[in-house]
Design a protein. Structure first.
Lengths: 395, 233, 386
């Protein structure tokens, strides 16, 4: 009696060699699994890319101050007095000439047009203070120059320029009856700020009738304990009914909400499709076992045990599923990774992000594929192992 | 016999098939005449074209040259659809392997040819009952083929062949897969169908014992007939 | 027995295989049913009410407001029959996470304009016009929070504050309204603009947007132009469009959802087509002999074609109807949880009809080639010994 391992290897090789006989059916299983993996990974890559953009956007040593209870900048209102109090608060870092590194800002929504679809989109117009670009880390001008204070000049984020039409350098953009000129393009480490338009705060305030109205204040913190100090300061002063958050915290809150939605949509859809693929895999493998009934029975009659037939069938199923999974991951990488997209974020404005597929995510897709291959092969493998010899030989 | 109507008449029929680069002639300029009410056994070595002959008579294969007249119609040259219609009313086939639909009951199998007619469900069931009675398989009506013995399956097949009351029965080795006793029962039924119901029977067989049930025996060899009448081998 | 029985028996000759194919078809149609219905619900423009209402917003963006004086000026424009104004309150109940749709409106004109969509009992209508702090609450919202007529509810705003500094306004529920049609959303609340404007600390005399209906849909284009022209070159320019177009544009902001739905459903259907198509072909090949026998019995090629095609179509319908049924069950069960995003989701007749058409198409495509080869099968070959 040949050792078990050799039996298994022999039967498995036979199975795989006879695959071409059921080429189209096997191919349809491979493609079915690949499609399931593509759907799952596309979703995961989308969620991941969106998440990354938001995660990159926060800096732990920048604090965002909003009206107490405001969920996002759009809904916040901060008065001039409150701004002054915050600027003089403990914990706020100071620049070389003793001025606080703080930027009171206004965050408004204006209309833009998406390049890809030609449809309208909500874009953020942020009026920033003099220290606006300095407060945030990682802001780099890559074309043109910064806007001059007191003028209708704007700078736009690189991602925004890419996704939305009409923001080339030197172009004139109209918001309502006012005309603005694009004088610079900036990069911001792939963060949310790259989806924004920046202008001088006083100009924005006057043109949008928000004189003396601000929405947020951003300050650079001067040390690891600065956030706690600032929070205490705000809590103690009854005039400051404000929320003080680190920027990372602020964006993390926003990110979690949208992340949930995609997860809740992506996995269920992928699993639903996986059922269809599973039906296909089972079908293919049962057909394979039936087609090879004579071979299997003959081997059994010779003296091969049921176990090699079991392993051989299971191996075939897992192989098909693996090929499908790898194909799906590769296709997702080719077509989706790096794909730029934009959607409505928590602040009611467009956030530009890239689909980002990582090896860890691809692994999830592969695991799903293997699960389909395992279940799809398990039951047919049992049937192959327990096939009555006579029935198999004589049909 | 001389003034009887010809049920089957082949005039100068040739048939060949292509295998790879060769063209092999099955028969050339073959003539055949079978009168109504005859029971003919066709014997011959394997590859002699007995089955092909049966197929030609039944209109399920076409000839390359010559005329084929069956049941009063000239069937060479008819279209597929015309042949199908003709077959439905004129010919009944019986094969070596019973060729019953495995997922239909005996009665449902026998009913199949009647789906081609305009008979009502009630009438169809009546015909099925009658046919099953003739072959002594009425007790198997609700059984599936896998629940029946070889002999029973063949009887159901015969019932299916006669349920439309065709004038001609074509049998390809009907007892080839049956033991002696069961085979004899089948052949007896064929004789009854021939003698009492006036059906013309053409039976291909390699078994001389089976051929004894026929009225005439034709030997087909190298594309030529030689006739041995009745009981001689 | 008849042709249908024959077809059915052939389909289920190998029961496991038939059911596996049905599962495959079922999942594809379930996915289709759910996604298409979600898309339909988002695309509320199906509802007639939306195509004949026009909305006037600030040209810069719909989040910017308009002067309340525009309301009277729009009323003057030729072709405008009914008009009202609405403002976004930014409301939440108790926890800032419990966001609500709360609108400050001009009571009489609002009820007149939206009367075709929502059914407000006459007493409620009177009360709403009369009570300064009164609010009308939609059925769905009232049910969600357990509010009843007469309740005093405090709603906070995450944008506005009262002059006193508080962010909370107290409302008395004077009535509830129900939807006149399935697609109409009732998960919102309306209250008096006057109460809002008198008490808030900023944006006095400004409104969010204006909604109107013209004398007839054919006048729409003209009225749109007239309105926008009236306010062109003013500090608050307007952009007017149909409510349907605005809704669609808003949905489009999330991304090309239609494309996304098509791609996913397409992938699911492609999978199913491959599996079922190949299996049908395999199944017919296995029956070569039987097909030959049927032909000897006198079944014509055309009839055999019809039998095979009927089989694949029957299969498609069994799986498809089960799939749509599953989709319906799913939608009904999640409807409560989705009431905030997709308030009026259900399986619309158009989705059903499209589904049936797809079943027919699927049955045809998967069965056509096997049916054709079965039809063309030569009897002698089919009965052959090999």
């Amino acid at each position: 009696m040949r050792p078990l391992f050799l039996q298994v290897a022999a039967v498995t090789m036979m199975n795989l060699k006879s695959l071409p006989q059921r080429l189209w059916l096997s191919l349809s299983t491979v493609i079915a699994v690949a499609l399931v993996v593509i759907v799952l990974l596309a979703f995961l890559a989308m969620a991941n890319g969106f998440q990354r953009t938001l995660a990159n956007s926060g800096s732990p040593d920048v604090a965002v101050i909003l009206r107490g209870g405001a969920q996002s900048e759009v809904n916040s209102v901060v008065s001039r007095d409150q701004v002054r109090l915050v600027e003089e608060a403990p914990g706020v870092a100071k620049s070389a000439d003793g001025r606080p590194i703080a930027s009171a800002e206004l965050y408004l929504v204006v209309d833009g047009v998406k390049r890809a679809s030609g449809t309208k989109a909500n874009l953020p117009l942020r009026g920033i203070g003099r220290e606006g670009a300095v407060v945030r880390k990682g802001i780099k001008l890559v074309a043109g120059r910064m806007f001059a204070t007191g003028t209708n000049e704007i700078v736009v984020g690189r991602a925004l320029q890419r996704e939305f039409a009409g923001f080339e350098l030197e172009e004139k953009v109209g918001f309502g009856t006012s005309q603005w000129t694009v004088v610079g393009v900036f990069e911001a480490d792939g963060s949310v700020f790259e989806s924004e338009i920046w202008a001088d705060l006083p100009v924005v305030q006057s043109l949008f009738r928000r004189d003396n109205i601000f929405q947020t204040v951003r300050v650079r913190l001067d040390g690891p304990t600065a956030l706690a100090t600032l929070k205490r300061y705000a809590d103690d002063d009854p005039r400051l009914k404000l929320d003080v958050k680190s920027e990372t915290e602020y964006f993390a809150d926003q990110a979690s909400r949208s992340h949930d939605l995609v997860q809740k949509l992506g996995w269920p859809l992928a699993i639903a499709m996986a059922f269809g693929a599973l039906a296909g895999a089972l079908n293919t493998m049962y057909s394979a076992v039936a087609a090879r009934a004579v071979e299997i029975a003959t081997l059994r009659a010779i003296g091969f045990g049921g176990f090699p037939a079991f392993v051989g069938t299971l191996a075939e199923s897992l192989l098909l599923a693996t090929v499908g999974g790898v194909l799906g991951a590769a296709a997702t990488f080719l077509f989706f990774d790096g794909l730029s997209a934009s959607t409505l974020g928590a602040s009611f404005t467009q956030v530009v992000f890239d689909f980002q597929l990582t090896p860890a995510l691809a692994l999830q897709g592969l695991i799903l594929a293997l699960a389909v291959g395992l279940i799809g092969g398990l039951f047919p493998a049992f049937r192959a192992a327990r096939m009555p010899i006579v029935a198999g030989l004589y049909g | 016999m001389s003034s009887d109507i010809a049920m089957v008449r082949l005039v100068g029929v040739s048939k060949h098939y292509v295998k790879g680069n060769e063209t092999i002639a099955v028969f050339e300029h073959l003539d055949l005449s079978i009168v109504q009410g005859d029971f003919v056994a066709v014997m011959g070595p394997s590859g002699s074209g007995k089955t092909t002959l049966l197929h030609l008579i039944g209109g399920i294969d076409g000839r390359d040259a010559g005329e084929i007249h069956v049941a009063g119609a000239r069937i060479d040259g008819l279209s597929e659809w015309q042949l199908a219609r003709w077959r439905a009313t004129n010919v009944g086939f019986i094969f070596q392997f019973y060729n019953l639909m495995p997922m239909l009951t005996a009665a449902q199998n026998v009913e199949l040819p009647l789906l081609l007619t305009r008979l009502s469900g009630h009438e169809r069931r009546r015909h099925v009952e009658t046919a099953l009675k003739v072959v002594h398989a009425a007790d198997r009506a609700t059984h599936l083929p896998r629940e029946m013995s070889a002999g029973q399956q063949q009887r159901v097949a015969i019932a299916r062949a006669i349920v439309s009351d065709p004038k001609l029965l074509l049998c390809d080795e009907p007892t080839g897969d049956l033991d002696r006793v069961t085979g004899d029962h089948i052949l007896t039924i064929l004789q009854v169908l021939n003698r009492d119901f006036g059906k013309t029977v053409v039976m291909v067989t390699h078994d001389p014992a089976a051929a004894k049930y026929a009225k005439r025996v034709l030997h087909l060899d190298k594309g030529r007939f030689t006739e041995k009448t009745g009981l001689a081998a | 027995m008849n042709d249908l029985t024959l077809v059915r028996k052939n389909l289920f000759r190998k029961r496991l295989r038939a059911w596996l194919m049905i599962v495959s078809i079922l999942t594809a149609f379930a996915i289709f049913g759910v996604l298409a219905s979600f898309w339909q619900a988002l695309n509320v423009g199906q509802d007639v009410g939306n195509t004949d209402r026009l909305i006037v917003v600030n040209k810069i963006n719909f989040t910017q407001d308009l002067p309340v004086s525009y309301f009277d000026r729009v009323r003057e424009i030729a072709g405008v029959r009914q008009v009202t104004h609405l403002s976004w309150f930014g409301g939440y109940y108790q926890d800032p996470k419990n966001l609500l749709v709360v609108l400050a409106v001009e009571p009489a004109s609002y009820m007149e304009l939206y009367g075709n969509d929502i059914d407000i009992p006459p007493e409620a209508q009177q009360a709403f016009k009369r009570e300064r702090t009164g609010a009308l609450v939609g059925e769905d919202m009232a049910k969600k929070w357990g509010w009843k007529i007469g309740d005093r509810v405090p709603i906070a705003s995450n944008i506005f504050s009262q002059r006193s500094g508080s962010h909370t306004w107290d409302f008395t529920i004077v009535g509830t309204f129900s939807a006149r049609r399935l697609q109409v959303n009732t998960n919102f609340m309306v209250f008096q603009y006057a109460y809002f404007d008198e008490t808030r600390s900023f944006s006095k005399d400004f409104i969010g947007w204006i909604a109107l209906r013209t004398g007839s849909p054919s006048l729409n284009d003209r009225v749109i132009k007239a309105i926008d022209q009236t306010f062109a070159n003013s500090p608050y320019e307007t952009a007017t469009d149909t409510e349907k177009a605005l809704n669609m544009a808003f949905i489009a902001q999330f991304g090309n959802i239609a494309l996304f739905v098509k791609l996913i459903v397409g992938a699911a259907f492609a999978t199913m087509l491959m599996i079922v198509g190949n299996t049908m072909a395999l199944s017919v090949r296995e029956r070569t002999r039987e097909i030959g026998v049927l032909k000897t019995l006198g079944f014509s090629g055309g009839r055999i074609l019809r039998l095979v095609l009927s089989e694949s179509i029957l299969l498609a319908f069994i799986g498809g109807l089960m799939g749509l049924g599953l989709a319906m069950l799913f939608i009904v069960s999640v409807r409560g949880r989705l009431i905030d995003i997709l308030p009026s989701v259900s399986i619309a007749p158009t989705v059903m009809l499209t589904g049936v058409a797809l079943m027919l198409g699927l049955g045809f495509v998967t069965g056509f080639i096997p049916a054709l080869s079965a039809m063309r099968l030569k009897i002698a070959v089919a009965l052959g010994r090999s």
